[in-house]
Design a protein around this ligand. Structure first.
Ligand code: SF4
Length: 238
C-alpha cells in the first residue's frame, strides 16, 4: 500500500480502488500514489511539499510542449539503479517509477538553462528569483534587456483555449518575437476577442492588457527596418 503525502509533513495510506487507475511511484524518497494518465509535473504540482520542479513554459490550462526544459528531473524505471534525465511536463507517471527532482545534476542542468534566460531577461522578476535559487550570479554573455523568453504559452493559450491565432512567434533566431499578424504590435480586431488569456499565462508578465482591452505585445529591441531587411534576405533564398 502506498502513502499519499499531504503538505510534505503528513501522509495517508492509499488503497487501490477498483476501476481507478492508481500509479505508485517514488518522488524524492517519498512513496506516493497518484492517478495514471498524467505527467510527473502534473502529479507533483498537485502535491504541495513533494518535489521541487520549476517550470516556465507550463500552464495547466495549456498542453505542455517542453519548450523551456526547466522541469528536467532524473527518473529510473528499474527501481533506482540507473537514472536518466527527462522533461517532467511531458513524461507520464508510471508504476514503480523513481523520480529525483532536485539532485546536484538536475540543479546543474537547470542552472545552465537559467543563465541564458537571465542574460536575455535580466529585469524579469521570475527569472531573477530562479537565478537566485539556482546560484546564477552573473551571466557570462551580454545582457539583452528583453522580457520575452519565447516559451509560446501565450499563443498556445490563444489557440487552445479560445480557438484563435491572434498572435504567433514570427521570424527566426535572434529576430524571433511574439507579434500579431503581419508583424503588428497590436493584435487585429478580427482575431483577438480581448479575453486576456495570453497576458494571464505569460510567465514573465511582459504581455499587458492595453486601455483598448487588447493585449500589448512585447516589442522587438531592434529597428523594424532591420527586421524588414532580414525578411527580404530570407525570401531571396526561398
Ligand atoms: S510573451 Fe510571455 S507567454 Fe508569450 S512567448 Fe513571451 S514569455 Fe512566453
Amino acid at each position: 500500500m502506498a502513502r499519499l503525502w499531504v503538505n510534505g509533513g503528513s501522509w495517508v495510506e492509499v488503497k487501490d480502488a477498483e476501476g481507478i487507475n492508481i500509479v505508485h511511484l517514488t518522488v524524492d524518497n517519498k512513496e506516493i500514489a497518484v492517478s495514471g494518465g498524467q505527467t510527473i509535473l502534473e502529479a507533483v504540482a498537485r502535491m504541495p511539499g513533494i518535489g521541487n520542479i520549476p517550470a516556465l513554459c507550463y500552464h495547466p490550462a495549456v498542453k505542455p510542449n517542453g519548450a523551456c526544459q526547466l522541469c528536467t528531473v532524473e527518473v529510473s524505471e528499474n527501481g533506482g539503479s540507473k537514472f536518466r534525465f527527462v522533461v517532467a511536463c511531458l513524461y507520464p507517471v508510471k508504476e514503480g517509477l523513481v523520480v529525483k527532482t532536485n539532485t546536484k545534476m538536475v540543479r546543474k542542468r537547470r542552472k545552465g538553462i537559467i543563465e541564458p534566460l537571465l542574460a536575455r531577461c535580466p529585469n524579469v522578476k521570475k527569472i531573477q528569483e530562479l537565478a537566485e535559487e539556482y546560484g546564477v550570479e552573473k551571466p557570462r554573455v551580454a545582457l539583452l534587456g528583453e522580457d520575452c523568453i519565447h516559451c509560446s504559452l501565450c499563443l498556445r493559450a490563444c489557440q487552445e483555449t479560445i480557438g484563435k491565432a491572434a498572435i504567433s512567434l514570427v521570424t527566426q533566431g535572434i529576430y524571433k518575437e511574439v507579434a500579431a499578424s503581419f508583424y503588428g504590435y497590436q493584435v487585429s480586431e478580427e482575431d483577438c476577442i480581448g479575453c486576456g488569456d495570453c497576458a494571464f499565462v505569460c510567465p514573465t508578465g511582459t504581455i499587458q492588457m492595453g486601455p483598448d482591452g487588447k493585449p500589448v505585445l512585447p516589442k522587438v529591441k531592434i529597428p523594424y527596418s532591420e527586421v524588414e531587411a532580414m525578411s527580404k534576405r530570407s525570401s531571396y533564398f526561398l
